[in-house]
Design a binder for this molecule. Structure first.
Ligand code: 4NP
Length: 144
């Protein structure tokens, strides 16, 4: 799961997907394309909305996406088109590129819809963020 800061969208997506594949041998992780929040816990609003739905993401820490993530992971879900551009810039092969997906394409195939960055928004944006990611992760988990 990849976003820009790795403190709002992608840690929440990580927590949600992880809860849905519990017990399966699947590695779920998240990262940001930027390095502003390396080592930081998720935004308190992401922690709060996760907690509301029974998930604890408070122990996650920000890290930056690197090219070696293409070796570690089979699927790379990005949140918006700028994440897509930034992640593809690090791709080394066509195989790397083929791993990168818009997460909302799970729900709306081929539409390349963005998961809006909620950083400068109010709590209600985190509520709709949770619903969006939960719906997408249900579909992802059902195929794994
Ligand atoms: P995220 O949100 O990409 O969903 O983690 C952001 C968090 C922080 C910043 C940008 C986006 N920032 O510029 O600090």
């Amino acid at each position: 799961m990849v976003c820009l800061g790795n403190i709002c969208r992608s840690p929440l997506a990580e927590g949600i997907l992880r809860s849905k594949v519990e017990g399966k041998p699947i590695l779920v992780d998240s990262a940001g394309t930027g390095n502003y929040h390396v080592g930081d816990p998720p935004d308190r609003r992401s922690i709060e909305i996760a907690k509301k739905y029974g998930l604890d993401i408070s122990n996650l820490r920000g890290r930056q996406f690197t090219a070696t993530d293409f070796d570690t992971f089979d699927l790379i879900y990005i949140m918006d088109e700028s994440n897509y551009t930034n992640v593809l810039r690090l791709a080394r092969t066509e195989e790397d590129k083929a791993k990168v997906r818009f997460i909302l394409d799970e729900v709306y195939p081929g539409q390349k819809f963005n998961v809006p960055d909620p950083y400068h928004s109010e709590m209600h944006a985190f509520e709709s963020l949770f619903r969006m990611l939960d719906e997408a992760c249900n579909l992802i988990a059902s195929k794994l």
